[in-house]
Ligand binder design. Structure first.
Ligand SMILES: O=C(O)CCCC[C@@H]1SC[C@@H]2NC(=O)N[C@@H]21
Length: 202
């Protein structure tokens, strides 16, 4: 038997374009927001420390926050977009630097942000929803993830590549960079508390 119900009209090409644009916007706003935050954290200022040309900056705080708040794909896309923006010449790195920073003493730290943020996102685990004690446990787990990805992984890349590029012995580079450790531990604690607190609100 034939039905008299008219077949639904196929979506017009304009409607298809709008829905594709909406889908792209829905998946990319978080990576884009964190890529911009990476730039803002570099532009916010830098503190030079003796013995190394690499400054203290807030970039590791944003890397940690991205890893703790986004999926590994979103976090990786955010850092990849940030690095790509610098690579093509936008002044998004510390001190308004761009392409040349990727072959200078900071190169390994910048490149290390990518594996670092992915490690954080992969090892952080889920957020516990109920109660202050659960939030504190989540924050402690987040702190361990932020330290592993944002300090151990980022520093490993930073030290190895700086030593290879400058010819300075690895141990000398590592010792000269110890001035970053206290600040990065404070950043890991702050990022963990912020991410665990925001996860509770969701
Ligand atoms: O030139 C850049 O834009 C990158 C600077 C990298 C700074 C590194 S990241 C790890 C360590 N912690 C800091 O606060 N500074 C260094």
């Amino acid at each position: 038997m034939q039905s008299n119900t008219p077949a639904p009209a196929a979506p017009s090409s304009a409607a298809k374009s709008v829905s594709t644009a909406r889908r792209i916007a829905a998946v990319s706003w978080k990576p884009l927001l964190f890529a911009v935050l990476m730039w803002v954290s570099a532009a916010a200022g830098e503190i030079p420390i003796p013995g190394t040309p690499v400054p203290i900056t807030l970039q590791t705080f944003v890397v940690m926050l991205a890893g703790l708040m986004l999926t590994w794909r979103q976090a990786g896309a955010a850092v990849a977009a940030y690095l790509a923006a610098g690579a093509v010449g936008l002044p998004v790195f510390a001190g308004g630097a761009s392409t040349m920073a990727l072959v200078g003493p900071s190169a390994g730290f910048l490149l290390g942000f990518l594996p670092g943020v992915i490690v954080i996102a992969l090892v952080k685990g889920g957020a516990r929803a109920k109660g202050a004690a659960a939030m504190l446990l989540t924050a402690l787990r987040y702190f361990a993830a932020a330290f592993l990805g944002g300090v151990v992984v980022v520093y490993a890349f930073g030290f190895l590549i700086q030593s290879a590029l400058t010819g300075a012995p690895l141990m000398v580079v590592a010792l000269a960079s110890m001035g970053f450790v206290v600040g990065d531990i404070v950043k890991a604690a702050a990022a963990s508390l912020v991410a665990a607190g925001l996860a509770k609100l969701r």
